[in-house]
Design a protein around this ligand. Sequence first.
Ligand code: NDP
Length: 332
Amino acid sequence: FSAIPKGYPIPGETTVYDTTQTIDLENVPLNGGILIKVLILSVDPYMRGRLRAPEVKSYSPPFTLGEPMAGGGIGVVLRSELAGVAAGAHVRGSLPHQQYVVAPGLTMLEVLERDPRLPWSVYIGVAGMPGETSYMGWREYSRAKQGEVAFVTAGAGPVGSMVIQIAKQDGLKVIASAGSEEKVAFMKKIGADVAFNYKTTDTRAVLEKEGPVDVYWDNVGGDTLDAAMQFASNHARFIECGQISGYNTGPQPMKNPTLIVSKSLSINGFIVGNLYPKYKAEFAAEVVPRLARGEYKFTEDVTRGLDRLGDALLAVLKGENTGKAVVVVAEE
Ligand code: NDP
């Protein structure tokens, strides 16, 4: 992380690929810890929020200027001095964006087994944090009833696409939006009853025709949130998962907050980590096996090479990714 961006992050300026550090894999001291070879890193919208000045407070800590960024990832243990963790084990959790990492222990890491039907990358996608976000947020806040109408934004990404499928499973009519025809086709394929490209189709016209909206899953905020309020039913539930339209340009104020009162709306923002104690085991038991059996569909957007991580992050923030954005750092 080399400079705080003003708007969109600029690869090569906001972040640089540093090749000056070397590591002696045979001899680097572990001091009771583990040496990890990083295999795959997750690229997530919230990382934009961590590219900020240290004095600005938010729910996840800022990255440190001059230090590697970090985020969800999967690695394989090359050497271990840690009881219970053998070389060859795979770990998932927060990893610095490096090719190799010496970790003192399993703080923010867990040893993970893979279902042989799923690739490792899925464990940082729909079988990992983004999938957990969809499942846990929906279970906790949707109060969904069969026959209701859900509206899901950024519906082709890992969070949105899982929400679409879970809402269909619960018997709702699903309206979903995303920013390209390819994404619209994918949202239809996974079961959205109405799927549209918000860049070429007027969101309000769709909601007026297909609504009113009983559950709004917000991934984007901004004017779309205003539109969802305008066409919400009385007692609609708004699940505030993300507001990506403001991540680079700043948030836009809500145009008509009085609708919260007049329509008796419930608005729940959430951070997925806070729901882990309640739902983590349930997610592992319910959702991961269904993914392995092919009952939920997903797509991935794979970038190869740690040197391209900055490009992959910018692509997510610009909507150029189709599916879960991951960076393959190394093959096993
Ligand atoms: P995605 O892979 O869906 O990537 C983000 C997508 O957002 C882009 O592909 C793009 O798709 C869309 N987008 C980008 N800019 C805009 C814009 N200005 N207006 C509308 N859409 C835009 O990401 P995820 O599935 O990983 O995450 C989806 C949301 O969930 C994000 O808001 C993220 O912050 C949030 N989130 C929240 C968590 C929580 O704990 N609350 C945890 C994880 C994610 P398109 O082509 O449709 O524009």
